[in-house]
Ligand binder design. Structure first.
Ligand SMILES: [Zn+2]
Ligand SMILES: [Zn+2]
Length: 141
């Protein structure tokens, strides 16, 4: 059983969509520098932690999903607030049953410790990722 204090709240920029994740259920944390993440975030990379669906609960409002086909040929759906556009989490066809929660949407993401970088091949030359992270040229695996 997870401790109530393990639940970390998050939400969008306007506050309409709110959710919480169970920190004790987090199975991975990473940065992704793929072009889709760059476009979707409007920045150089996305940072997320991923939790099983049971470790995620919607608390308020409803996120809108936008689906694209990832390079693997499987769907990637990015969820965001339809009012303010803030990115919240993703569902990835190749890894069903997980929510990839965007770090910037968490009320407090200071506890995170990303361990890997995906899509180094398309990383911007002006971004230097910290030493010690596992680097993948494209997707992991
Ligand atoms: Zn919003
Ligand atoms: Zn990506």
């Amino acid at each position: 059983m997870s401790d109530p204090s393990d639940w970390q709240a998050g939400g969008c920029l306007c506050g309409k969509v709110r959710y919480a994740i169970d920190r004790s259920a987090v199975v991975g944390q990473a940065h992704c520098q793929c072009r889709d993440c760059q476009r979707a975030t409007g920045s150089a990379f996305a940072t997320f932690c991923f939790v099983p669906d049971a470790g995620f609960r919607a608390e308020q409002g409803e996120a809108k999903g936008f689906t694209v086909q990832g390079t693997s040929g499987n769907d990637v759906t990015r969820f965001f607030c339809a009012d303010c556009g803030a990115q919240l989490y993703s569902e990835v066809g190749v890894m069903p049953g997980l929510k990839f929660v965007k770090s910037g949407s968490l009320d407090d993401a200071s506890w995170m410790q990303p361990e890997a970088v995906y899509w180094c091949d398309t990383g911007q030359p002006w971004v230097a990722m910290p030493e010690g992270l596992v680097r993948h040229a494209t997707n992991p695996g």
